[in-house]
Design a protein around this ligand. Structure first.
Ligand SMILES: Cc1ncc(COP(=O)(O)O)c(C=O)c1O
Length: 401
């Protein structure tokens, strides 16, 4: 039977990683992979996480199964982080949060939850979106559509087109949003635009799913859950999929959560039992290590304060690099306007290069991005930014012979 299986080409990002690893140019730069990097090019452990992990190891006395809810303290701490400290829906018991293996695990459970509730529902995602969204929802048997989002000509949000598309949705439809730091384009709605978007959701009655993968990386931990709070205020139902990979830097520990807001506390409790049943047939029991560490961190005022500083440090570094890159490109005399780098947020932006230019960056300068020219801005540092700016100027100002 297995003879019929054919090799699947590697994910473009993994292909780039492999090519980058083989490249012997000492000046090579990887702008592809989506992890935060510090000035030394490392993806560091956070001090707050290391300390919480020490405490967790010192106190753990069993590795028996956790049960389907996972680490209860983690679930309630995540609920406060994702929905804000004094959210009415939390007080009313209308929100249930359950830990998942990463944000991806939460998205998969969200997809299965929708499929269970409404097998023919279609999920609409921004154009463009994180490519894995386009795999996860269909893998659970759901159809997908897209709504207008990013305008490459102006490197900004197509708000009017987006709102028009959302106005054509109704009860029975599902719309997926990125809460902040849109991956891949770096363009997010501002607070006034979120008000308009959430008003349309309330009017039209579709089910919003908010993917919160970069909380704290755009404007701040509280600012970045604005869309979640607005949807919760205005809509009776909402699903939020959150990831701890980036903001706690626990990528490989696979920590995330699914939160469901329902119309009543009883309905929320019912839905949680469906989540448990879905968990059971997917991976039986949730993993303990990462959530137990984050539980300790978020229950400690001291470690939480340290963590908040560390998140702010990552955010400030990325935003600083955005400004620095734009200034250096301008100072280098490149005629194209890169001011969008400052306006956009999070780790990613499209550089606005075509595939031939992406190839030249790779072949002539050992600078690696995916073909869409999405760049991870956190990959820049004092020792590679000037080299990149020179390469970019060369590519843009002197076309290939
Ligand atoms: C938009 C978006 N959603 C979800 C995820 C999932 O994160 P993870 O499964 O690593 O927690 C990512 C990771 O890159 C992402 O960019």
């Amino acid at each position: 039977m297995l003879e019929s299986l054919k090799a699947i080409p590697p994910d473009p990002i993994l292909g780039i990683l492999a090519a980058f690893a083989k490249d012997t140019n000492p000046r090579k730069i990887d702008l592809g992979i989506g992890v935060y990097r510090d000035e030394e090019g490392n993806t560091p452990l956070l001090k707050s996480v290391v300390e919480a992990e020490k405490q967790m190891i010192a106190h753990q006395n069993s590795k028996s199964y956790l049960g389907p809810t996972g680490v209860p303290g983690f679930n309630s701490a995540m609920s406060r982080l994702v929905f804000g400290e004094s959210n009415e829906a939390v007080a009313e018991g209308r929100i249930r949060t359950v830990q998942t293996p990463g944000g991806t695990g939460a998205l998969r459970l969200a997809a299965e939850l929708v499929k269970t509730a409404s097998p023919t529902a279609r999920v609409s995602a921004s154009e463009p979106t994180w490519p894995n969204h386009l795999a996860i929802f269909p893998a659970a048997g759901l159809g997908m559509e897209s709504y207008p989002y990013y305008d490459p000509a102006s490197s900004s949000l197509r708000l009017d087109d987006m709102l028009t598309a959302l106005r054509s949705k109704g009860p029975g439809d599902v719309v997926l949003f990125h809460a902040c730091c849109h991956n891949p384009c770096g363009v997010s709605p501002d607070p006034a635009q979120w008000e308009l978007i959430t008003d349309v959701a309330a009017e039209r009655g579709f089910l919003p799913i908010v993917d919160l993968a970069y909380q704290g990386f755009e404007r701040g931990l509280e600012e970045d859950n604005l869309s979640v709070r607005l949807f919760t205020q205005k809509c009776p139902e909402l699903i939020v999929t959150s990831s701890c990979s980036k903001n706690f830097a626990v990528y490989r520990d696979r920590v995330g959560a699914i939160s469901v807001v329902a119309s009543s506390a009883q309905k929320a409790a019912d839905i949680e039992t469906v989540i448990h049943a879905l968990t059971r047939k997917n991976y039986s029991m949730p993993p303990a290590h990462g959530p137990a560490v984050i539980d300790i961190l978020l229950q400690s005022a001291e470690l939480t304060a340290l963590w908040r500083t560390e998140v702010a440090g990552m955010r400030d570094r990325i935003n600083g690099l955005r400004s620095e890159l734009e200034e250096k490109i301008r100072a280098r005399g490149v005629s194209r306007d890169f001011a969008f780098l400052r306006r956009q947020t999070g780790m990613f932006s499209f550089l606005g290069l075509n595939v031939a230019q992406v190839r030249r960056l790779r072949e002539e300068f050992s600078i690696y991005t995916v073909d869409s020219a999405r760049a991870n801005i956190a990959s820049f540092n004092g020792s590679n930014i000037d080299y990149f700016v020179d390469a970019l100027a060369e590519i843009l100002e002197s076309p290939a012979a």
